[in-house]
Ligand binder design. Structure first.
Ligand code: MN
Length: 200
């Protein structure tokens, strides 16, 4: 069965001024759509057509580069849109906030570690907050890899991710990835991240 692109869970302009409308339109309608289309092309007529996206992603080490890259791209972007919201940001609360403080020392120390993971990821990739063996950890992956993949350097269950490909920020922030990551915190949907944390 072919994979499909879900609409954004909010308007293209919902994340203004932190992430601009045109970036959201191109990012969702062109980039994410291309991952879905190329994933469908790569699995057409193969056994992978019968597998779920999670199953494909988890076995990234034994699937073709086209399925790994585009399957990862589809999974990562769907996860990313749901990690964000308009009128969001601020700080997490409850058990997630306690776990962040206990693990990283403070919310600010966590943000610095996450930003640094994104800034130091050479080329294109993602920064992540994951749950690994019941504990929070910050990591990053290259290209469209993610921490669910068997090939990931640091494996775990992602609960928050930031796309640091240039296509995610270049129109508004040009080469200033650090400025984009600072703005990212204004649109994080902490309710969703907390829900994932409780489930992990
Ligand atoms: Mn992207």
């Amino acid at each position: 069965m072919a994979f499909t692109l879900a609409p954004l869970p909010y308007g293209y302009d919902a994340l203004e001024p932190h992430i601009d409308t045109q970036t959201m339109q191109i990012h969702h309608d062109k980039h994410h759509q291309a991952y879905v289309d190329n994933l469908n092309k790569a699995i057409a007529g193969t056994d992978n057509e019968k597998k779920s996206l999670e199953e494909l992603v988890k076995h990234a080490g034994s699937i073709s580069p086209a399925v790994r890259n585009n399957g990862g791209g589809h999974w990562n972007h769907h996860f990313f849109w749901e990690s964000l919201a308009g009128n969001a940001g601020g700080k997490p609360s409850g058990k997630l906030a306690e776990a962040i403080d206990a693990t990283f020392g403070s919310f600010d120390a966590f943000k610095e570690k996450f930003n640094n993971a994104g800034i130091t990821r050479f080329g294109s990739g993602w920064a992540w907050l994951i749950v690994k063996d019941g504990k929070l950890e910050v990591s990053s992956t290259p290209n469209q890899d993610n921490p669910l993949m068997d090939v990931a350097e640091v494996k775990g269950t992602p609960i928050l991710g930031a796309d640091v490909w240039e296509h995610a920020y270049y129109l508004k922030y040009q080469n200033k990835r650090a400025d984009y990551l600072s703005a990212f915190w204004n649109v994080v949907n902490w309710a969703k991240v907390a829900e994932r944390f409780e489930a992990a």
